[in-house]
Design a protein around this ligand. Structure first.
Ligand code: NAG
Ligand code: NAG
Ligand code: NAG
Ligand code: NAG
Ligand code: NAG
Length: 384
């Protein structure tokens, strides 16, 4: 399915120097003034290594025993988030495709990749529609409060119908309404290496549905899977594959009682200028929405600390994360995320599904569900 020298190539939400060399001139990224929030931010094509994708995630609220919540993640792709830098044209792979990953309530995983001839975004004001050949569509409403999505690829064994209603409003990764990048985390006079510059200035992230309710019906190789639960939808883009910018990337996301949250901790390639983001909302009211360089300050930050360990295919991996938020006013919230299963489960990319508990430190504790992932193209080792 995938091109590459890198023998993997699965994917990220949630969450791209280069073969850039000196000669390649890239157009400046589009800014908010010209792009709908959930729209197309950069040009992608089969002849470039640019990548842009729209990610939808749903987790069942009901959990059977120690199984992970039934779940599905659907990614509408233009290009490849992890690659050796060759273009789709050179490697004979499709530029446009839909990836579907998920688990039944009993924990059994399923994965599909559906190539499509096109993958196009159309917009009307802030309303955004995506159409991937005849195999899949999604549509986000003008007020960004809900969306629907379909996959209809019976030949590949997968059909899906999804609808999301947001309970928390859309946001960018830093506390800005007009900047989809992480540049505000670094000073404008700071000199950045190529990977750092890609990460801080060209890797875009727009979260349209940080949390909400999901209604899901799937037919997986003829077996129906339907559930209601929690919803999450974001989009990312970069004019190069992520592994040219990123050595290690943690993305954490959870819905716990009234709280919707996400956090990112990124180690750029050959760099100690680690990026942290934190988003936390309670009943839709934003408590934190920040991006920063790790160590630059002690409040208005989040920390993502891997916990536990297990060994799979010779790799030591965490069984969970402690995700803590220190707000600008000093209040601290802490959540324990625990894995109950992984899919994809690959050396450079794990996406874990599980349960989460937490709340204000010393205050009422809530329970919920979580997705957290480690993209590790740098093959960093975990030493618990
Ligand atoms: C889990 O459920 C799916 C869907 O019903 C079924 O196809 C599969 O065989 C089950 N797996 C196990 C291990 O029971
Ligand atoms: C669906 O069926 C095909 C053909 O039998 C099989 O190769 C594939 O592994 C199945 N996929 C899933 C997720 O069950
Ligand atoms: C999905 O499928 C339904 C039923 O066929 C259709 O009404 C809807 O317009 C489709 N597209 C989206 C984006 O939901
Ligand atoms: C990172 O450092 C290694 C070893 O010095 C070097 O081979 C590699 O080209 C560097 N990568 C980037 C993207 O600068
Ligand atoms: C985000 O920025 C606005 C305006 O600068 C500020 O009022 C608000 O408190 C900030 N929110 C958070 C969660 O930091």
């Amino acid at each position: 399915m995938f091109r590459s020298a890198v023998p993997i190539i699965f994917i990220i939400t949630s969450l791209w120097a280069s073969h850039v060399g000196a000669a390649v001139v890239r157009p400046p990224p589009l800014q908010r003034s010209t792009t709908p929030f959930d729209g197309q931010y950069i040009s992608t094509s089969a002849d470039s290594t640019a990548v842009e994708w729209w990610y939808l995630q749903a987790l069942a609220s009901d959990v059977e025993g120690d199984n992970p919540p039934a779940n599905v993640q659907i990614l509408y792709y233009q290009g490849y988030p992890v690659s050796d830098g060759s273009t789709a044209t050179q490697s004979g792979e499709p530029e446009y495709y839909i990836t579907i990953n998920g688990m039944f309530a009993n924990g059994t995983v399923f994965n599909f990749n559906v190539p499509t001839s096109t993958g196009a975004i159309t917009t009307s004001g802030e309303a955004v529609s995506g159409k991937w050949g005849d195999a899949g569509e999604f549509a986000v409403t003008e007020d960004l409060s809900s969306m629907t999505a379909n996959v209809s690829a019976a030949d590949y064994g997968i059909e899906a119908s999804i609808s999301f209603v947001a309970r928390t409003q859309h946001h960018f990764g830093c506390n800005a309404t007009d900047d989809a990048y992480f540049d505000s985390a670094v000073s404008s006079s700071q000199s950045l290496s190529t990977p750092e510059s890609l990460l801080y200035k060209q890797l875009g992230w727009a979260t349209t549905i940080p949390g909400g309710t999901a209604d899901v019906t799937l037919t997986v190789n003829g077996t129906k899977l339907a559930f209601t639960g929690t919803a999450y939808h974001d989009a990312n883009w970069l004019p190069a594959p992520l592994n040219e910018a990123v050595s290690s990337w943690y993305f954490l996301n959870a819905a716990v009682g009234p709280y919707d949250m996400s956090a990112v901790l990124v180690q750029p390639v050959n760099s100690s200028l680690k990026l942290n983001t934190g988003f936390l909302a309670k009943d839709g009211v934003v408590l934190q929405n920040q991006c920063s360089v790790v160590g630059a300050r002690n409040t208005d930050i989040s920390t993502a600390t891997p916990t536990g360990s297990y060994i799979d295919s010779g790799l030591t991996l965490p069984t969970g994360f402690t995700l803590s938020y220190t707000l600008a006013n000093g209040d601290v919230y802490s959540f324990d995320l625990t894995s109950q299963g992984a899919n994809p489960n690959q050396a450079i990319y794990h996406r874990w599904i599980g349960t989460a508990t937490g709340g204000p430190v010393g205050g009422g504790q809530e329970t919920g569900t979580t997705v957290f992932e480690w993209l590790n193209p740098g093959m960093n080792t975990y030493n618990p």
